[in-house]
Design a protein around this ligand. Structure first.
Ligand code: IMP
Length: 200
């Protein structure tokens, strides 16, 4: 089995990547790199995480940088989604405080940038988005992060209330992972025998 390192300290992201990469023959191993997110874009931060993990383990590594962008707030909190307040409850309170003066619907989107760092090769990046709106929380205790306050377009349930497989089919992370899989970049990591090819 081929090991793919995942640069994250976020248990919600880890669970989702394990589900999304099930059946690919890749074994995910977490590397908590704790690199400062000093990039000025999701893709720069995703690359910083993936490259730090690839360097420390001398193997292929994935990094995810993602955020919630609210249209009425000019894309806030965006890159700062994890950092606008110390706890998730405070982050959501701050979001609603800022949204209050604005008329509903509160349109928003999630963005995910995935970086795949391969030692000795240029880092690749894959993007996924999920459009929807912010509403009063539903499904607390399920999902992670801003899941309880985000309704993907056309859904009667918040991200937190959706069964994981349905969240993946609509989510920014699901879309980014599908782009990664479609690129064939991961297939090139596994050995020929794992790709069902025989050696002559
Ligand atoms: P970062 O990628 O570590 O900078 O953090 C991303 C921020 O967006 C964190 O606050 C996450 O909780 C949040 N976030 C990213 N993806 C999701 C998601 O799928 N559901 C809910 N919150 C998310």
């Amino acid at each position: 089995m081929t090991v793919l390192f995942l640069a994250t300290g976020n248990e919600g992201k880890l669970r989702e990547f394990q589900e999304l990469l099930l059946g690919t023959g890749l074994l995910l191993e977490v590397v908590d790199t704790r690199v400062p997110e000093t990039g000025d874009s999701y893709s720069a931060n995703a690359a910083l995480k993936a490259e730090a993990a690839a360097r420390s383990r001398a193997g292929p590594a994935l990094g995810d940088d993602s955020g919630l962008e609210v249209a009425a707030l000019g894309g806030y909190p965006g890159l700062l989604s994890a950092r606008i307040a110390p706890t998730q409850a405070e982050r959501e309170a701050l979001l609603f405080e800022r949204l209050c003066p604005h008329p509903k619907p509160w349109r928003a989107r999630f963005v995910c940038l995935l970086a795949l760092a391969l030692p000795g090769r240029p880092t690749l990046s894959f993007r996924g988005e999920a459009a929807g709106e912010i509403r009063e929380p539903a499904g607390r205790g399920q999902g992670f992060g801003y899941d309880p306050v985000f309704w993907p377009s056309g859904s009667l349930l918040s991200f937190a209330e959706l069964p994981p497989i349905e969240k993946h089919s609509l989510s920014h992370r699901g879309a980014a992972v599908r782009a990664l899989l479609a690129s064939g970049a991961l297939a090139s990591l596994s050995r020929p025998s794992e790709r069902g090819e025989s050696r002559r």
